[in-house]
Ligand binder design. Structure first.
Ligand code: PGA
Length: 251
């Protein structure tokens, strides 16, 4: 049975002090969320070690939002997977659309980063999703399929057990415009079919596929009720512990 996960992506928000307070509130409320729902918070790099301390002993796992595409060395300003592990992370988000859009993250680079993350023992939340123009041109299935093929087809069925996919339509991120449950479900089902074609039905059925894009307490229940939606990657609503926990309680 695949795992259900609700993950919060704090993006470039909060001071360390605010992040620690937010993590405390999430950790305190985590015990009241359904046992079968895993919780993850993806904090900024600077916050990771402090937030890790706060999360100790709770079921909430820690994630980074990105990692370097090299193991170590002369790459000024970058943060390696080894550093993330030493800060207490067990996950990293990779390929978020904001990174693809603003920082030139390519599928090729994501293959390298995913490999480094897995080798370091991190789980990977790989984001995929079409932008508005691609959706309007009816290319959404094609775009998402090629992102999945370009990155994940380089890995083995065994490695897939450490990878979570997050479908995040770019036009729904931070816009208040959520994909309808039907729109999300048809892409999630498509992703699972593409994975089944490459890795077999069992791996596809075991892969957690999250929805992200203006997910909030008021729409999470309907989204999570879909057969192929296994939880959410939450941006804005993850900055309020109550909202984040309420989303986790939508199962
Ligand atoms: P949002 O962001 O929930 O604020 O739309 C989701 C994400 O980008 O992960």
């Amino acid at each position: 049975m695949r795992k259900k996960i609700v993950a919060g992506n704090w993006k470039m928000n909060t001071s360390i002090q605010e992040g620690v307070e937010l993590a405390k509130a999430v950790a305190a409320g985590a015990a009241g969320t359904p046992e079968n729902v895993g919780l993850i918070v993806a904090a900024p790099f600077t916050h990771l070690a402090s937030v890790a301390e706060v999360l100790k002993g709770s079921k909430v796992e820690l994630s980074a939002q990105n990692c370097a595409d090299h193991e170590k060395g002369a790459y000024t300003g970058e943060v390696s997977v080894g550093m993330l592990v030493s800060a207490g992370c067990s996950w990293t988000i990779l390929g978020h659309s904001e990174r693809r859009q603003y920082y030139g993250e390519t599928d090729e680079k994501l293959v390298v980063k995913t490999r480094l993350a897995l080798e370091a023992g991190l789980g990977v939340i790989l984001c995929v999703g079409e932008n508005l123009e691609q959706r309007e041109e009816g290319k959404h299935f094609e775009v998402v399929t090629s992102q999945i093929e370009n990155v994940l087809f380089n890995f083995t069925a065994e490695e897939m057990s450490k990878i979570v996919v997050a479908y995040e339509p770019v036009w729904a991120i931070g816009t208040g415009k959520t994909a309808s449950a039907e729109q999300a479900e048809e892409i999630h089902a498509c992703i699972r079919k593409v994975l089944a074609g490459k890795f077999g039905e069992e791996v596809a059925q075991d892969t957690t596929i999250l929805y992200g894009g203006s997910c909030k307490p008021s729409n999470a229940k309907e989204l999570f009720a879909q057969e192929d939606i296994d939880g959410g990657l939450i941006g804005g609503a993850a900055l309020k512990a109550d909202d984040f926990l309420a989303i986790a309680c939508s199962y």
